[in-house]
Design a protein around this ligand. Structure first.
Ligand SMILES: [Cu+2]
Length: 432
């Protein structure tokens, strides 16, 4: 699993070029003619709220050319993926999750924040061996073919982590985690029961944040003991992908086991045509805080750990925050809209940001790089020797973990826990 030095340096160069190309708008070409489900949250949902998951092995790829053995949950009908499928359910309704285990050791799922969790009909509780040592936080599915059925009543509206309750340090590092979205009964377009948590359902995102120490995965692959004293996470992921793979569409063909993208795509707020914000559901499946932040705008935190942020008399105590600090095991639901229209001009500057004068921009034909602004310029306005790669005057802000070692791929900046927010002009982008 280790790259040679030469191979790694070539890979890093490719990543750096890719990141620059994204700044120049190459991304827009790829995003142009894609289906609606190519971006944003992909829910597993059904009227029975019954899900059949299989814990199994598979390989995931990283942008520097590494390939890493991973354990994760997949839909039993589809197979392996990282992270586990995003399960969407309705608050207060019964949920059934049947876990099949294809791994060589026992595994399980814990559902924090849910009500009346049972395993094979018995109350979910820790299990111990005859010596009194903890063997699992909940009844597991036996190794190599076992199964267990978990039932619960979906808890308060919000976002939750589901993950292994067995040999947690190893199995969660190996990838056994996923997101559970609990929607308020009768109000699927709200984060919680509060009307002011309404969001635009076509702009809903999960950011499941995690980390990978490839040495742990290599030891497991070889059947060797894990040296936890040497634990050192080298890859940092959003939805099982590292930058720039985070920008690729959902179900990108070149990432067959990592189906979830992490590109946020929004339009500026407009009371008549775009009144509702996007929602980003942050989930931390790792071992340290991930201080995640977008550039260019703050977000409104409205929910934490499946609880609406409100006072005892029901008053809103949500708050605007630039840095969303997500702690291990924590979830944070944040609304985002784009309200600065100060510099917007329908002809010369169709998105609300200020474009530097042309002499302050770096133009390198045939590709284009604008300095000082995320705005890519209105399509067609560039000098004739420059190729315009953006679609319609959209622009991009980077968003990433501000612990910058988490914004790398094996130490190479930039990568890792990083993505972009794409902001289209107020009128939308015709190609989409
Ligand atoms: Cu930053």
């Amino acid at each position: 699993m280790r790259l040679t030095t030469a191979r790694r340096s070539r890979a890093i160069g490719a990543v750096a070029v890719a990141a620059l190309a994204i700044g120049a708008g190459a991304l827009a070409t790829r995003q142009g003619a894609v289906a609606a489900t190519s971006e944003g949250l992909l829910c597993e949902a059904n009227a029975q709220q019954t899900f059949s998951l299989t814990a199994g092995k598979g390989f995931v790829s990283t942008p520097d050319g590494n390939t890493i053995l991973t354990w994760s949950y997949g839909m039993s009908t589809r197979g392996f993926q990282l992270p586990g499928p995003t399960l969407c359910v309705e608050s207060g309704k019964d949920v059934t999750v049947i876990l099949h285990n294809d791994l060589p050791e026992a595994t399980s799922i814990i559902f924090p924040g849910q009500t009346g969790v049972k395993a094979d009909g018995n109350p979910a509780q820790p299990e111990f061996d005859t010596g009194g040592s903890l063997t699992s936080l909940v009844h597991p599915a036996a190794a190599a073919g076992g199964s267990v059925t978990y039932t619960f009543t979906a808890g308060k509206p919000g976002t939750y982590l589901y993950s292994s309750g067995t040999d947690v340090r190893k199995q969660q590092q190996m990838g056994l985690y996923g997101a559970l979205v609990v929607r308020p009964a009768g109000h699927a377009g709200q984060v919680n029961d509060r009307a002011d948590s309404a969001f635009n359902p076509s702009h809903e995102y999960v950011f499941l944040l995690s980390e990978v120490d490839p040495e742990v995965h290599l030891a497991v692959e070889r059947g060797e003991p894990v040296d936890w004293a040497a634990y050192n996470a080298r890859y940092f992921m959003i939805n099982g992908r590292s930058m720039p793979d985070t920008l690729a569409p959902n179900h990108a063909s070149w990432l067959p086991n990592q189906p979830y993208g992490a590109l946020v795509h929004i339009r500026p707020y407009d009371a008549a045509t775009n009144p509702l914000p996007a929602v980003i559901r942050y989930v931390n499946a790792g071992t340290v805080n991930y201080p995640f932040h977008p550039h260019g705008s703050d977000e409104r935190v409205v929910n934490k750990d499946g609880r609406a942020l409100q006072g005892t008399s029901g008053q809103d105590v949500g708050y605007l925050k630039y840095d969303i600090d997500v702690k291990p095991g924590q979830t944070v639901d944040a609304l985002m809209d784009w309200r600065d229209v100060e510099h917007w001009d329908p002809v010369t500057n169709p998105v609300p940001t200020q474009l530097p004068v042309i002499t302050d921009q770096l133009l390198v034909g045939p590709d284009t790089w604008f300095s000082e602004s995320p705005y890519l310029g209105k399509k067609g306005e560039l000098p004739s020797n420059i190729t315009s790669l953006n679609e319609c005057g959209e622009y991009y802000h980077v968003a990433h973990s501000h612990a910058l070692q988490q914004a790398t791929n094996y130490g190479a900046a930039f990568g890792g826990m990083m993505t972009v927010f794409r902001i289209d002009p107020p009128s939308g982008c015709p190609a989409n």
